[in-house]
Design a binder for this molecule. Sequence first.
Ligand code: PEP
Ligand code: MN
Length: 304
Amino acid sequence: MSKNEFRILGRHEGNQDSIRFTYRGVAFDQDCFHVVAGLNAVDTREYVEQTFRALQAAGQLCARMGAYKPRTSPYSFQGYGKQCLPYVFELAGKYGVRVISMEVTRDEHVDEIRAALRQTGDATGVMLQIGTRNTQNFELLKTVGSQRDFPIMLKRGFGITLHESLLAAEYIASAGNRDIVFCLRGMKTNFGDPHRNLVDFAHVPVVKRLTRMPVCVDPSHSVGLRANAPDGLQDIFHVAAQGIVAGANLVLTDIHPEPRKALVDAGQALTLEELPGFLEDCAIAREAYEKRRARAAAMQPPAG
Ligand code: PEP
Ligand code: MN
């Protein structure tokens, strides 16, 4: 894998600096740390409000909310679409959530989001999420890359190489927008059983080495189920910690007021009551990463 293939996002001599952007007052780069928790799929207004209220109580500025859901079966719930955007954005503003990661699957969704934000007086902001099923939807990548209103979260393709997924990010950047976060979310294979996907968070440092993008991990889609290890920690907590201890900059996580009633991926959401503990566990892992980094830096010979 040649570094130079990633012309814009790669690390090059004289340009080793992290991609760095501030959106709605929230800074993103390869040193930042944010948890992006929320509903996998937008639900009733009441559930959306309870979720934002819990995020505010936990001091969170970012959230996830899926309005457009690409589903394996055409008979499954497809998301509430543009009709839910006004109440989602209005409630996000009410509870101080500044950035919502929201998947888009076609060009029109970007316009619908822009219009709904305007309609709600720009109460919040949106990071356009490209899902794993669309990682190589090159026309969609060019669409989100050719606008500058919104940053982009690109998920790794679940059945393609890391190299191919990083080139997908390069498609976005080459269309004009470099405000990109790259998200690892596990690979589709039965070798990950009983987890939904095979966790690929060992690639956090690889993405950071090959490119300058902030790196996100999605423990919810990687593990896909609620299960406790004998130590009392859920597999989702363990996997999130693995990504964080390796330097992840964002953690995308499904939460729901009543997980069993979630409209999509009901098996994997944490409850709102579990959120504070999850955030605390993430903070412990982040502290461990920072200590590891400081130790490694102390071992380096002085520059020059
Ligand atoms: C999601 O985050 O809502 C989602 C559908 O994830 P993925 O694209 O990784 O399956
Ligand atoms: Mn999903």
